[in-house]
Design a protein around this ligand. Structure first.
Ligand SMILES: O=C(CO)COP(=O)(O)O
Length: 259
């Protein structure tokens, strides 16, 4: 049965006091998750240890980083290496977020290296893909996402690919308040699953968790999560508001297994 996840990407938000308050509010919430469902919190690097320790007694919570460097160690001032993250109990790492691609010029090739080092370090990458608005307007989103997967993921062995979570995040839906419709999300998720089935085989395609990201809110989560190929969400802005995020997690809790 494939895993279903609600992940909160806090991006570059929150002072220590704000993060402590948010963590306390989430920690106090009672979730009724099924055994194949998880919550992943991805705070800025400086709060990873704090959150890991805060949620040690809440097994449904897992901790993820928002990025890692391509190399395992070395003279790379200001960077954070994947083995450092796993050494402090971080389990997931977001790789290839569109903000990293756009503002930090991360290429397919760099992302493939980050995926490799993350896997070697025992981290589970959450690999982000998704097209910008002009590509969607040309109806060229499938070819665009296919290339992202081909260039940064499809060199992996089947065993390695099984460690990956994919997040489809159309750039035009991120932080805009305009989410993809449930049909748009379902179509792309089914397309991605089909790509995996063609490159590998149907069994593994069925097992890979594919999250939707882009303006997920308490008000639209249930409809998006109801899609058969949507296995949860990667949530930005709404993950910073405890009540909103808790309601999004509750929308996942009631989702039936797809598999
Ligand atoms: O980028 C995102 C998650 O990684 C989505 O951000 P928003 O939920 O704020 O649109």
């Amino acid at each position: 049965m494939r895993k279903q996840i609600v992940a909160g990407n806090w991006k570059m938000h929150g002072t220590l006091d704000e993060v402590r308050l948010l963590a306390d509010q989430l920690h106090a919430a009672a979730f009724h998750l099924q055994h194949h469902q998880e919550i992943v919190i991805c705070p800025p690097f400086v709060y990873l240890m704090l959150l890991r320790e805060r949620f040690l007694d809440r097994k449904e919570f897992h901790i993820g980083a928002q990025n890692c460097y391509t190399e395992p160690s070395g003279a790379f001032t200001g960077e954070i290496a994947a083995p450092m993250l796993s050494s402090i109990g971080v389990e997931y790492v977001i790789i290839g977020h569109s903000e990293r691609r756009q503002y930090f010029h991360e290429t397919h090739d760099m992302l493939a290296k980050k995926i490799n080092i993350a896997l070697q370090s025992g981290l589970k990458p959450i690999f982000c893909c998704g097209e910008p608005l002009d590509i969607r307007r040309q109806q060229a989103q499938n070819a665009y996402v296919e290339k992202q997967l081909q260039e940064s993921l499809f060199h992996l062995s089947e065993e390695q690919l099984r460690q990956i979570v994919i997040a489809y995040e159309p750039v035009w839906a991120i932080g805009t308040g305009v989410n993809a419709t449930a049909q748009q999300a379902q179509d792309m998720h089914a397309f991605i699953r089909n790509l995996i089935a063609n490159r590998y085989h149907a069994g593994i395609a069925d097992d890979i968790t594919i999250l939707y990201g882009g303006s997920v809110k308490a008000s639209n989560a249930a409809e998006l999560f109801a899609c058969p190929d949507v296995d949860g969400g990667l949530v930005g802005g709404a993950s910073l508001k405890a009540e909103e995020f808790i309601r999004i997690v509750e929308s996942l809790a009631v989702k039936q297994s797809n598999h």
